[in-house]
Design a protein around this ligand. Structure first.
Ligand code: FEO
Length: 167
């Protein structure tokens, strides 16, 4: 079934939001690189790549249904980061915003009786749960580490292994 009207517009906005998330993660990667934490920086870079894949999933859905995706305005990432904890807190805040946006898409799809978008939105609801949980867990561990440099270096090595695994 063709995708049109309010739901097509809202999914198009989601494409922009996912690309915006990729830009935010990229800035966080830069902030961590500046703090000499290449592993954590790589983790944020990998996350940035995932966000572009999310945007692609939504654009694919639109084009499969004869809608015309158009990337909207991307703004400069407004993140001021003084610590690793602040970087992950900024990431979590952004993920929570994305999660709420996905829930709103689901609500709208239901209102519009758009059954075809439900499997995709279900996938994203699970994905957001996972993303919030993994960032939340890292925040918990960063809090445990406190100001301990050795702990931070261990976390940096561990999160850096995600980037290596992806290469
Ligand atoms: Fe695509 Fe992490 O939200």
């Amino acid at each position: 079934m063709d995708l049109k009207g309010k739901l097509a517009d809202a999914i198009n906005d989601q494409v922009t939001l996912e690309i915006q998330a990729a830009v935010v993660y990229r800035q966080l990667a830069i902030e961590m690189d500046v703090q000499d934490l290449p592993g954590i920086s790589g983790w944020f870079l990998a996350q940035s790549g995932e966000e572009l894949e999310h945007a692609q999933k939504f654009t694919d859905h639109m084009t499969d249904r004869d809608a015309q995706p158009k990337i909207g305005t991307i703004t400069a990432p407004n993140v001021t980061i003084g610590s690793v904890l602040e970087a992950f807190e900024a990431a979590l805040a952004h993920e929570q915003k994305v999660s709420e946006s996905i829930r709103n898409l689901y609500r709208l799809a239901q209102q519009e009786g758009d059954i075809d978008s439900i499997p995709l939105l279900n996938w994203f609801i699970s994905e957001q749960l996972e993303e919030e949980a993994s960032v939340g867990e890292i925040i918990g561990r960063v809090r445990l580490i406190g100001g301990d440099g050795n702990g931070l270096l261990r976390l940096d090595a561990e999160l850096g292994s995600r980037k290596e695994a992806a290469e």
